[in-house]
Design a protein around this ligand. Structure first.
Ligand code: SF4
Length: 284
């Protein structure tokens, strides 16, 4: 079960994405997957390269569209474990529509967002996760837009699994990815993954000072939706750990009668050429 391949990542030394790669590889092995059972679909951005750096099926898609492709893969072959991944710009700007609807659909995909609060690949523009007042070369007087809270949005959209972690905490990051892979339904895992080259504000030290680790709050109950929402707001979305999980909510594929047993690629559609032509005519 070796999820390493021979491709050398071309991320900057110290980039948080290295830890996300390592955590996915460890978590996949820990839950008993084989490389041929795992598909990783990524978007565009530095983080989008991750699908080429792990020994599994990989699909490096287009900007903001990792989720439609990942959902298509899952619908076609439900035997595959499917991870979608990308950055905060990819998932929470151009891809936000897909993110919200995949969450409420509860399809069995694990979505790992490498959140560095900036656009790294295009050399440092403010992203939807940049705090108000954040200065970059593209907004030298500071961005005037508010930062999105993916945790609040996920909870409001009816998420069945919400977690957050930090590249510097490989143990916790691996554990939450394992939990996401084991969850039957959509899991959003937002990872604080510092961009050491362009973001000089949200550094490893800044995150260490500001993170609130749920592992250190003994009476926290991640099955309690109200408690999860309250803690997210109390901590300004800086929580790490499993924030919310609802194991009772049926996954999308388990809710579809024709899809319940097999994915589309394994179904006998039992459609003759004549039936198919009739169907096409009806749609004209
Ligand atoms: Fe990582 Fe930033 Fe370098 Fe991109 S530019 S590889 S996000 S450190």
């Amino acid at each position: 079960k070796d999820f390493r391949n021979n491709v050398k990542p071309n991320w900057c030394p110290g980039c948080g994405d290295f830890s996300v790669q390592a955590a996915i590889q460890r978590a996949s092995a820990n839950v008993g997957l084989e490389p041929e059972n795992l598909a990783i679909v990524s978007g565009i951005g530095c983080s989008g390269r991750i699908s080429g750096y792990i020994n599994a099926y990989g699909f490096h898609g287009i900007h903001g569209r990792s989720l439609p492709i990942a959902q298509g893969v899952k619908m076609a072959n439900r035997d595959l474990t499917v991870i979608a991944s990308g950055g905060d710009g990819d998932g929470f700007a151009i891809g936000m529509g897909h993110t919200v609807h995949a969450i409420r659909r509860n399809i069995d995909v694990t979505y790992i967002v490498m959140d560095n609060q900036i656009y790294g690949l295009t050399k440092g523009q403010a992203s939807p996760r940049s705090a108000e007042g954040f200065k970059t070369k593209s907004v030298p007087s500071g961005t005037v837009e508010s930062a999105i809270s993916p945790l609040e949005i996920a909870m409001a959209a009816g998420a069945s699994f919400v977690a957050q972690s930090f590249s510097s905490n490989l143990k916790q990051l691996t554990a939450v990815i394992e939990a996401g892979l084991n969850h039957k339904g959509f899991s959003l895992i937002n990872v604080f993954s510092p961009c050491v080259t362009f973001n000089k504000v949200n550094t490893y030290d800044w995150f260490k000072e500001n993170i609130v680790d749920l592992d250190e709050i003994p009476d926290y109950d991640y099955t309690n939706r109200v408690m999860a929402m309250t803690k997210i707001m109390e901590t300004n979305s800086m929580l790490t750990g499993i924030i919310y999980q609802n194991k009772e909510k049926k996954s999308y594929e388990d809710s579809l009668p024709l899809f319940a047993k097999e994915g589309l690629s394994k179904q006998d559609l039992k459609l003759s050429e004549a039936d198919f032509s009739k169907l096409l005519t009806e749609f004209k």
